[in-house]
Design a protein around this ligand. Structure first.
Ligand code: HEM
Ligand SMILES: *[C@@H]1O[C@H](CO)[C@@H](O)[C@H](O)[C@H]1NC(C)=O
Ligand SMILES: *[C@@H]1O[C@H](CO)[C@@H](O)[C@H](O)[C@H]1NC(C)=O
Length: 541
């Protein structure tokens, strides 16, 4: 630990003058909560809040939809839930607002130079290479896979229910294994075998709790050390992968473990692609291997990027979806009347399928399950797993606001000039609770709001769909959002038709604990359980 303290203080001394020279410029006229600590600003309070996002909601009530907080080392952070400001930074500015190194580099240490961590032109190249794998028709072709894996999960639960009638289970752990199998097959034609081995595989174990282990409740020393990364040149930062200490060894071990899997998958799949069997394929594996072989630098991925890409997709593509699905089922358990309506809707659709001769639901069948679609949207709105994302201005700019705020001197501010280096933080969770956008009951889980709100007609549109920011927005928005959405539709169709979901026998409270830019569900008072959404299920009568 002393290493962190030392490194933290060295970086303070080195960059003290740099920071001082920035004083007097910037966003001092924007109101915000007073800072208790020069060194930590609000950073420690934010990362240690009970419920992820609750401080932001409180500040938003007090200061309006845009406010100023303090980061580590006395820096100013422009925090906002304002849709126009977020639209400007995420949708309209291209790479002129970049990822914040101290946030991004944890991902780099974990996955390497994959699509989620590379910047600027490199990112453009990765995105172009991956794009064909995420087109709507390509993704619809995965529906049978989603149905096969959700069916497999369903069979496992059914066989346990025969004996007991009811079953208490850790919903997120089951779903995480199922979604790991899904991404393995969908992206790499590879069976991670996570559902069958009951979570005993090295990979399921390696991923388990990774976000909590690495980002949850960091010590003061780690907070300072991490913040200092924003001032350290990237080549030096890359050496940090050799650092001792818990989060770093945890990241490194997972990275090493995945490399073994990645190499094995490449050995399995490489010959198939080389044999031109899939030369026209738009699946991820074919695209990646072709990119690796490309002679054109604009469409090429080197060996390190190739493995990083595979790791990134595996990581970004499973726990995100399983956590969101766990929250849908948790909310359905809390809202049995809605759950019953949803089941009726699914049964009616099933009757239509049987009438036309049977088979599985098609994407068209799933898309008209309005109550199911709305339950997914509402859960994405109220329980965004990334509660907000920081960006850093690359150049001087002016950020427009849709909702003016009152400055420290009482003036009305409807645009905010910022200097290069200004940290901007979009609070997705606060935006998604704005009463003006979502209604007076914005703090409640009520999917029927989507029957009355037409998101397409809302004045400022953001994000990738339904005016939600849960998948982020703009050129770095989640590439897998549609994949995830269809996967969730397929799983809910299967699971809600077959099972009833109840709150667990033992009364527990779910806490949405902050972890980095994200949120991890844990049982209140029992963080040692790791990420946890316990529920009880029974067979539908
Ligand atoms: C409910 C499920 C999901 C949620 C809420 C979600 C959310 C997000 C968010 C917030 C980002 C932006 C991160 C940042 O800028 O730091 C992101 C990026 C990304 N997501 Fe997802 N995601 C989900 C599912 C998936 C799936 C299923 C895949 C892959 C099949 C995927 C692949 C990616 C990739 C590759 C990126 C990086 C994009 C880039 O930087 O260009 N995600 N996701
Ligand atoms: C980014 O900034 C440059 C330089 O000021 C400008 O020319 C360019 O149009 C900006 N890009 C976007 C997408 O706004
Ligand atoms: C990727 O390209 C490099 C350099 O051409 C080559 O050595 C390597 O074997 C390729 N990797 C795969 C998995 O095909």
């Amino acid at each position: 630990m002393s290493l962190y303290v030392l490194a933290g203080f060295i970086s303070i001394i080195i960059f003290w003058f740099g920071l001082r020279s920035r004083k007097g410029k910037g966003i001092k006229h924007i109101r915000g909560p007073p800072s208790q600590s020069f060194l930590f600003g609000h950073e420690a309070a934010l990362i240690r809040q009970e419920e992820a996002g609750s401080l932001e909601y409180q500040w938003m009530k007090e200061y309006g939809t845009t406010w100023r907080t303090r980061g580590v080392f006395g820096t100013d952070v422009l925090m906002t839930a304002d849709p126009k400001a977020i639209q400007h930074v995420f949708h309209k500015s291209g790479y002129n607002y970049t990822k914040k190194t101290s946030q991004n580099f944890v991902g780099w240490l974990m996955a390497g130079p994959g699509i989620a961590t590379v910047l600027g032109g490199d990112h453009h190249r990765h995105r172009k290479i991956m794009h064909p794998a995420f087109s709507a028709p390509q993704l619809r072709s995965f529906l049978p896979l989603f149905q096969r894996i959700s069916g497999k999960l369903s069979e496992k639960w059914k066989s346990e229910l025969v004996a007991t009638g009811e079953l208490d289970l850790m919903m997120n752990k089951w779903l995480s294994r199922a979604t790991l199998d899904v991404i393995g097959e969908a992206a790499f034609d590879h069976d991670y075998n996570a559902l069958d081995d009951g979570g005993r595989s090295k990979l399921s174990k390696g991923y388990e709790n990774i976000f909590k282990d690495v980002e949850f409740q960091p010590s003061n020393a780690v907070i300072l050390f991490r913040a200092s990364w924003d001032y350290i040149p990237i080549p030096v930062l890359k050496l940090f992968r050799y650092l001792p200490g818990k989060p770093f060894t945890r990241l490194r071990n997972l990275n090493n473990l995945f490399r073994q899997y990645g190499k094995q998958i490449l050995r399995e799949q490489g010959p198939a692609v080389d044999a031109e069997r899939k030369l026209d394929g738009k699946d991820v594996m074919t695209l990646l291997i072709k990119a690796n072989a490309s002679a054109d630098a604009n469409t090429r991925l080197d060996d390190e990027e190739l493995i990083a890409e595979m790791f990134t997709l595996t990581l970004a593509g499973h726990e995100t979806t399983s956590t969101t699905l766990s929250f849908v089922l948790y909310e359905l358990a809390r809202h049995p009347a809605y759950q019953a309506r949803m089941r009726e809707e699914i049964r009616a659709a099933r009757a239509r399928v049987i009438a036309r001769g049977g088979g599985e639901f098609t994407t068209e069948d799933l898309d008209v399950l309005t109550l199911c679609v709305n339950a997914i949207k509402e859960t994405l709105r109220l329980h965004p797993i990334a509660i907000g994302i920081p960006r850093v201005a690359v150049k001087d700019d002016v950020i427009p606001l849709s909702r003016p705020v009152v400055s420290t001197t009482g003036e009305t501010v409807s645009e905010i000039p910022v200097k290069a280096g200004q940290v901007f933080y979009a609070s997705f969770s606060a935006y998604q609770r704005l009463p003006e956008v979502w209604g007076e009951d914005a703090d409640e889980w009520n999917p029927d709001r989507f029957l009355r709100i037409e998101t397409a007609k809302q004045p400022t549109s953001v994000g990738v769909f339904a005016n939600l920011l849960t998948f982020s927005a703009g050129i770095r928005a989640c590439i897998g959002w549609r994949f995830s959405f269809i996967e969730m539709q397929a799983f809910l169709g299967e699971l809600v038709e077959t099972f009833q979901f109840h709150l667990p026998t033992e009364k527990v409270e779910i806490q949405c604990a902050p972890a980095g830019i994200g949120m991890v569900p844990i049982v209140r008072g029992k963080p040692e359980l790791g990420s946890a959404v316990p529920l009880r299920i029974s067979l539908v009568q």
